[in-house]
Write a protein that binds this ligand. Structure first.
Ligand SMILES: Cc1ccc2cc(C(N)=O)cc(O)c2n1
Length: 333
């Protein structure tokens, strides 16, 4: 038995490393076939020794029994929406408002990132283990989709390194375009509903009452923010209790990535309106080459003290704005 327990622990560690390389670094060390072989060995060992199959084992990603309904979750920290901008002048006006709000003539640093066309979710980790997941809902209250989220391989079940007692991660669940097209081919084969776009397919996959269906959908996840952070773990940067161990938006994203949470690599710090527009132009050029749909880019003031100083208007922050691409003509199927 001890041999089996030792091998199970080795396999868990190895599979977690390969998951991280694939989903976080987008730089896998082994082929899918080699990964599947390791996974099959772990499944076999856990079936031979059921007491070794704990809830955070990657073999538990296949989904449990269907729910009759979703529970409701109240977000301790509201999930924000973003104000939209369409023209360059809107972005110059946004940057001006930010500089006025910060009473500075200096150029302000922003984090620029892609606006992924998926479904916003909140992941709650307690002592580094995924405890609960919820949809954005109306920003205050969402649906409890924990069972479904646990089947998403791109979302780690446990975090590595010193973590706060409570860490809520906000991000977007999405389907890559190729996976969306394969899913629709399969749906046609089985006479099931065909999805009109990857966003609807991701939403439909997450709002399944049967997690075993969700488990068959190759959903991806990229974090863009955080919600509640409570308590500090030994070894975390000398963070004051309940203060996150970072003081910029860019630092926050890097910290989440270090914990093993996927963060989209197409992000950069830019200074002033001109560099924001340069990022927008760059993304407009590379957009069709991206493996997923985006509907714009997002700019956020980088310093967190400046974000706090600018605050919010109703539910949308003054420190952030989405710069949308012109809506495409309805794509002809
Ligand atoms: C505050 C906020 C709200 C929604 C967001 C949505 C996205 C997105 N869809 O990628 C990215 C962000 O940075 C967001 N940030």
């Amino acid at each position: 038995f001890d041999q089996a327990a030792k091998r199970v622990a080795e396999l868990r560690t190895e599979l977690a490393l390969h998951n991280m390389r694939y989903y976080v670094l987008d730089d896998p060390l082994i082929s899918d076939a080699e990964y599947d072989a390791l996974f099959a060995e772990l499944v076999a060992l856990e079936q031979a020794h059921p007491q070794l199959a704990t809830s955070d084992s990657p073999t538990q990603r296949v989904g449990g029994a269907p729910l009759s309904a979703f529970g409701s979750v109240r977000h301790a920290v509201p999930m924000l929406s973003l104000n939209n901008a369409f023209e360059d002048e809107d972005i110059e006006a946004f940057d001006k408002r930010v500089r006025d709000g910060l009473e500075t003539e200096q150029s302000v640093d922003y984090v620029c990132e892609l606006k992924l066309d998926g479904l916003a979710v909140s992941l709650r980790y307690e002592h580094g283990r995924l405890a609960r997941a919820a949809t954005r809902g109306d920003g205050q209250t969402g649906e409890d989709i924990t069972a479904n989220i646990r089947t998403v391989r791109a979302i780690p079940l446990t975090l590595h390194g010193p973590v706060p007692e409570v860490l809520e991660v906000r991000g977007e669940v999405l389907l890559f375009r190729k996976d969306f097209e394969r899913l629709n081919d399969a749906q046609r084969e089985t006479g099931d509903k065909v999805f009109i776009n990857p966003r609807n397919a991701a939403a439909g996959s997450l709002r399944q009452l049967d997690p075993r269906i969700t488990a068959r959908r190759p959903l991806r996840f990229f974090a863009y923010g955080w919600g509640e952070i409570r308590g500090v773990a030994p070894g975390m940067a000398d963070a004051a209790a309940d203060q996150p161990p970072f003081d910029t938006q860019a630092g926050m994203l890097d910290w989440l990535q270090q914990l093993g949470i996927p963060v989209n690599r197409e992000r950069r710090v830019a200074s002033g309106a001109a560099e924001l527009l340069a990022f927008y132009r760059h993304v407009e050029k590379v957009r069709t080459g991206l493996p997923y749909d985006i509907d714009g880019v997002v700019y956020k003031v980088n310093r967190l003290d400046d974000q706090r100083r600018l605050g919010f208007v109703s539910r949308a922050p003054r420190f952030a704005i989405a710069h949308k691409f012109p809506a495409e003509e309805a794509t002809t199927e």
